[in-house]
Design a protein around this ligand. Sequence first.
Ligand code: G4P
Length: 539
Amino acid sequence: MSDRSHNAPALPPEIARRRTFAIISHPDAGKTTLTEKFLLFGGAIQMAGQVRAKGEARRTRSDFMQMEKDRGISVSASAMSFDFHAESGEALRFNLVDTPGHSDFSEDTYRTLTAVDAAVMVIDGAKGVESQTRKLFEVCRLRDLPILTFCNKMDRESRDTFDIIDEIQENLAIDVTPASWPIGMGRDFLGCYDILNDRLELMDRADRNRVAETVRLKGLDDPRMADHIPPAQLATLREEVEMARELLPAFDAQALLDGTMTPIWFGSAINSFGVKELMDGIGRYGPPPQPTAAEPRQIAPDESRVSGFVFKVQANMDPRHRDRVAFLRLASGHFTRGMKLTHVRSKKPMAVTNPVLFLASDRELAEEAWAGDIIGIPNHGQLRIGDTLTEGEALRVTGIPSFAPELLQNCRAGDPMKAKHLDKALMQFAEEGAAKVFKPTLGAGFIVGVVGALQFEVLASRIELEYGLPVRFEPSQFTSARWVHGPRDKVEAFAEANKGHMALDNDDDLVFLTRLQWDIDRVGRDWPDIALSSTKEMM
Ligand code: G4P
């Protein structure tokens, strides 16, 4: 992992103005509402409510799939780009990468988070740190991602501010520093005192889509405070902010970049309150595009040559065309439409003639893009997760792992005449990274592996919807899979001796299917030259 620093040599302005981030939260904390307000303040939509059509809860325009409509969950990650004019006068470009909200999609989520430079953690002021927030936070921590926190729903009865901060510090083991301090809560919530800028922000309850009124004051002791805040609340505010300054760590920009401190803003997304301050915070303190880990060398964002990596593949976004879109995070350079890039894995040139930029309102042809941006490249299956594209150099972006699935099931076509189509459908989902598909060396059929149980349902529904093929998932005798490594002759001997346990994954890599941890321990004892691993680098 590279060191993030604001003191790094200056980036070209087009790259320096970019912020690529994801929102992590527990379902219902307000991610969709916050996304909508980001777009509203970014000028990408005219009116809140456009993102989520009335009556159809939990759907933003970033959701594509039928399944999402039916189930009301966000299955796929996608990206949205929009501009934001920060208070500092800087014209920022935000790339918001949507993380799948359901706890079952951790692998997809992990890979999504390899494409961002920071995360916004949204928590519900009444509920604090919830299970899904914690899981996603742990994934961010693996990469030391900088995290900015938004405590939402302060217009409702919330927990005590110190309690919320304590809980985050203790539960997530990260320093928390208040960027703002709430004045009252629930019905008495008036707004926040902006600690970083020493001024008062008042909430406008009358118009949910308006930016809050800012009252410029000279600190907490400014007598004009009393014009806006009733005496009892003002006394509490002064006391609490004083205590907070004494007890809680002061804001430290470097600690934020290192991922050891998170600033917290309080607000109410639905009332558009606190959102602009958070966006200014992302602009001011959030990192610009960072270097990307690769072999044989790291890629710096300001290199003049273009490079990027695929972190997600989504198939059948339009069921009428069997298109696939590979989501490419640009690691370096200035990309222009029509550019010929090298697909490093196959060493083949690839003309990128119709890249797509996911603007909030629509998909649009991307005429150009810079390091930090995410573009979609329609293709017919050449691009896979983990692939690197460059202007010729044989670089391979690292750190995009594939995890051993935790659940295995046999998959059969409902109609045996269509077994061939099943092969094709499963391969496609494997390439998308939606499932692992194993072909046992003995016997027929496929074993499908996923990380979360709901994925079987998602797969069955997509295979039926996209391929018109009913399928059945049935319990398998195996419970997990491990990739096999070792000297070639030893691996061959091992495969021969364990025929009933062997299978090939969709890249034709050898895996050992197990029933019990005991199997794995036994291999450790009996086959000292064989290594079994539960992750594999995608390439
Ligand atoms: P999610 O994407 O994280 O799952 O959350 P979402 O934005 O959908 O918000 C979940 C619920 O919380 C929604 O209510 C939303 O209106 C509400 N909400 C979001 N922000 C705030 C806030 O600042 N204050 C209050 N009081 N509520 C907030 P819902 O009733 O489930 O849906 P809907 O009928 O409003 O669409």
